[in-house]
Design a protein around this ligand. Structure first.
Ligand SMILES: CC(C)(COP(=O)(O)OP(=O)(O)OC[C@H]1O[C@@H](n2cnc3c(N)ncnc32)[C@H](O)[C@@H]1OP(=O)(O)O)[C@@H](O)C(=O)NCCC(=O)NCCS
Length: 163
């Protein structure tokens, strides 16, 4: 592995990212509630990052505009790292870069559906998301929020909608 390079997602990256996500999650992946927030939505390219080992795409994280009870936040996902290159903090770096870029762009909080033990390492927590309702069945313990500024996750409640 050479040094990993990180950069925002470009339109031309889309096919490589789709293939990486398919490999990472396997066939039959249907995170229904999260998919509903991505269908018909447009990812934010400046806040979506890719990781490269030379010319090879090895990681991707995507951020989408959503609203919680009408309050705009960004929704993170999917995140995927090529299996052979896991446990080198590529995933954590992608999440941190995306969160920093979102904070710099003025977003108040990041929402995701994922494993708390993993995302807790980078500041995500289920507690502030207790009143956040995903648009579909989901284990509420996996609905996580991270504030991007003091109090950024306070008072967020209601249905999550795309856009
Ligand atoms: C999750 C994923 C993106 C992590 O990428 P990564 O580059 O390996 O992540 P990092 O190197 O930053 O962190 C690795 C650490 O997180 C741990 N970890 C990975 N997935 C975890 C999970 N779901 N729950 C708890 N810990 C997890 C690893 O065991 C490792 O622990 P260590 O540091 O003690 O060795 C990658 O494993 C992946 O693409 N998985 C398949 C797709 C997926 O499940 N996406 C997330 C959906 S919630």
């Amino acid at each position: 592995m050479t040094a990993i390079a990180y950069r925002p997602e470009l339109p031309a990256d889309a096919p490589l990212i789709a293939a990486l996500i398919d490999r990472a999650f396997g066939p039959g992946r249907h995170a229904k509630a999260a998919d509903r927030l991505r269908e018909g939505n447009t990812l934010i390219p400046d806040l979506s990052f890719t990781a490269w080992d030379g010319e090879t795409l090895v990681g991707s994280v995507r951020l989408w505009p959503v609203a919680i009870g009408g309050a705009p936040v960004v929704f993170l996902g999917p995140i995927a790292v090529e299996a052979e290159l896991r446990k080198h903090r590529i995933g954590q770096t992608l999440v941190e870069m995306a969160c920093e870029a979102a904070a710099a762009a003025g977003w108040r909080a990041v929402l995701l559906v994922g494993d708390a033990p993993y995302f807790g390492r980078v500041g995500f927590d289920a507690a502030p998301a207790k009143a956040v309702h995903m648009p579909g069945p989901v284990d509420q313990r996996r609905v996580l929020l991270k504030a991007l500024r003091e109090g950024g996750a306070d008072g967020l409640a209601g249905l999550v909608t795309a856009g």
